[in-house]
Ligand binder design. Structure first.
Ligand SMILES: Nc1ncnc2c1ncn2[C@@H]1O[C@H](COP(=O)(O)OP(=O)(O)OP(=O)(O)O)[C@@H](O)[C@H]1O
Ligand SMILES: [Mg+2]
Length: 262
């Protein structure tokens, strides 16, 4: 059964999609069967994985009940999203069981993969709820700014509600400080306040900020190849994630890559 991880944040632009993309890259390189789900009508994750914009069916068809999830898997294992997903979300809102649609659709696929990563949109609406209700784990990506704490608390509230009402199995995997420049006071303060409030739920790994991420997205080259020195952050984060979800055999596979990255 796949370990299913939803990546979310209250605010936009906290590095969620980059995290899903890069963690998927790392996990695939160590031989895990990984499926990624794009739950964001912006479709950034689908672009990262180079899914053609006319690929069909998509996440919108799955949520509308018009396609099976396995038929919406494209390329290396991506269920893509397009702007039509926003419409699917609106039509869902009037339906009975609207929070459970993705969970039901994902049931079969969970047997075929080892890890499923869900990229949530930067809003805590029905799409994010569907992601959380379908997941075993919630991974919060936090901006390295003054209001980091409030953002994490807001996201945690939604995680708590998803757990209470629809998915008792949901656990908080942790919070990662993302796009951080620890040379600046505000990044350091954001990290300190997260650690003070959330203790060891805060990942040891901090994802450093670099313009290289924008270049890597533009050239469609994984940061792992474009700038392995920076990609090392994601190797370390993947190691912590595998530890927390209990995939120890996979951690052993990752060891040589971690060692090579120094
Ligand atoms: N570690 C990083 N350092 C610098 N820039 C980054 C880093 N990670 C991602 N970025 C850039 O920041 C922008 C936002 O990243 P990304 O799309 O991953 O965030 P997001 O949380 O998914 O955004 P949204 O909320 O809109 O879905 C992108 O331009 C991306 O290339
Ligand atoms: Mg995104």
């Amino acid at each position: 059964m796949a370990e299913t991880i939803a990546v979310l944040s209250l605010k936009g632009g906290t590095g969620k999609t980059t995290a899903v993309r890069t963690l998927a890259d790392v996990l695939r390189r160590i031989g895990l069967e990984v499926l990624v789900l794009d739950l964001d009508p912006q479709g950034n994750l689908s672009d990262y994985f180079d899914v053609p914009s006319d690929a069909s069916p998509t996440m919108a068809d799955v949520l509308a009940g018009d396609a099976k999830l396995k038929d919406a898997v494209h390329g290396d294992g991506v269920v893509p999203a397009t702007p039509i997903l926003a419409e699917a979300e609106r039509s869902l809102s009037g339906k009975m069981g609207r929070e459970l649609v993705l969970r039901k659709a994902l049931k079969g696929a969970r047997k075929s993969y080892e890890v499923i990563l869900i990229d949530c949109p930067p809003a805590l609406g029905l799409l994010t709820i569907n992601g959380l209700v379908a997941a075993d784990w919630a991974l919060i990506s936090s901006e390295a700014q003054y209001f980091a704490m409030q953002g994490v608390e807001g996201a945690l509230e939604v995680v708590g509600q998803a757990k209470e009402y629809y998915n008792d199995d949901l656990e908080w995997l942790g919070v990662v400080l993302n796009i951080a420049d620890l040379r600046t006071t505000h990044s350091r303060e954001a990290l300190a306040s997260l650690k003070e409030h959330f203790g060891d739920k805060v990942f040891e790994t901090v994802i450093r900020s670099s313009i290289a991420y924008a270049e890597s997205a533009e050239r469609a080259i994984s940061i792992l190849d474009h700038r392995p020195d920076l990609g090392a952050d994601y190797l370390a984060l993947a190691d912590e994630v595998l530890d927390r979800v209990g995939l120890d055999h996979a951690r052993a596979q990752l060891k040589p890559m971690l060692a090579a990255a120094g």
